[in-house]
Design a binder for this molecule. Structure first.
Ligand code: SF4
Length: 342
């Protein structure tokens, strides 16, 4: 890529300037007005379309990882939260703030980790290992969270499992096997893994990254731990979305090969406007995901369904209050732990 082309890409990513059509500009204006009229705030994940992330920023909402999204939604004054992300994020927002209305642009946006961990099967698995502390990743349904002792996000998983291991506790980890085995390896804890994976991160391939390193020998490799072990082993830094963005700021490298959903480039490029971000290669034509390095469920969040949801109170998230209370306990435990330890 020429320097001029790179600059254009960087500007595009850094500012969410998508050369929007007149229709999309009109939709943005409509959403801005609806947010005011409905006393609502937009909470968006790093993996959503840059246009939505930019809109969240322009309207005083938030763009972040799932832990910060949950905290922001809980602490904000708005009566309605519109959560642009995937369904478990809307559920988490509802669990933390049951008195608020939580809407989503679509209820179809799910997650392969959530799908891969059905609550009843998981309950049976836990019942077979009653001596273990149950730690579940945030990417799970409210029903699975309700069965857990702890809910964790990727930004806090290592610290929580280390803490449990120090107390001599054995752990059940669900649902992401790659993140679980990374946590197991880093902490040395006794961890029993559930077998599920993220269809986006699973497609990153070590060989592709090694090939790319020949082209960009000075680039640092930043990897989300939902990636396979062979990819994690090549990383200069392994971390959650927020930690990857921080690493791009902290490291002196001018180029980064990034193994996570490329939606993250929007916020990353804002933080490091002069640095070059390169998406890590996936399996290409052999890939099982149809939009590699771009979560197909996150991509379902768009301006039109966001506007419709807000205008007509569509796609409201409901969590059974009793279930919500049960799921709240392990979530609150994580938030308290994060407050004391991060
Ligand atoms: S990127 Fe992976 S973990 Fe994240 S929502 Fe999509 S499928 Fe789930």
């Amino acid at each position: 890529m020429t320097q001029a082309a790179r600059k254009l890409v960087q500007e595009h990513l850094a500012h969410g300037h998508q050369h929007l059509s007149a229709d999309d500009e009109a939709l943005k204006a409509r959403i801005k007005q609806l947010l005011i009229d409905k006393n609502a705030v937009l909470v968006a994940h790093y993996y959503t379309d840059p246009v939505i992330q930019a809109l969240a920023e322009e309207t005083g909402g938030c763009v972040s990882d799932s832990l910060e999204m949950a905290r922001f939604g809980r602490d904000h004054d708005a009566e309605t939260l519109i959560v642009a992300g995937v369904k478990f994020m809307g559920e988490t927002a509802k669990i933390l703030t049951p008195h608020k209305k939580v809407l989503m642009p679509t209820l179809e946006a799910t997650c392969s980790l959530d799908i891969g961990c059905p609550a009843e099967e998981f309950a049976e698995f836990c019942a077979q290992h009653p001596d273990r502390e149950v730690v579940v990743y945030a990417n799970t349904s409210a029903a699975v969270k309700a069965k857990a002792d702890w809910v964790v996000t990727s930004s806090i998983a290592l610290k929580v499992v280390e803490h449990l291991s120090d107390q001599g506790k054995k752990v059940i980890w669900a649902p992401d096997k790659h993140l679980g085995s990374y946590v197991q390896k880093e902490t040395g804890a006794d961890v029993l893994l559930w077998d599920s994976a993220c269809i986006v991160h699973e497609e990153f391939k070590a060989k592709g990254i090694l090939d790319l390193k020949h082209v960009y020998p000075d680039a640092a490799v930043l990897v989300h731990p939902e990636s396979p072990e062979s990819v994690v082993e090549l990383a200069d830094h392994v971390g959650s979305t927020s930690q990857i963005i921080q690493a791009a700021k902290d490291l002196d490298n001018e180029q980064f090969i990034v193994a996570t959903d490329q939606g993250i480039f929007y916020k990353m490029q804002q933080e490091v406007p002069t640095k070059e971000l390169i998406i890590a290669p996936t399996a290409g034509s052999g890939a099982t995901c149809r939009s590699c390095a771009n979560c197909p469920w996150m991509a379902m969040n768009a301006l039109d369904n966001l506007a419709d949801a807000l205008e007509n109170d569509l796609n409201e998230i409901h969590v059974d209050p009793a279930l919500g209370e049960q799921a709240m306990r392990p979530l609150q435990r994580m938030l308290d732990f994060a407050k004391a330890n991060l």
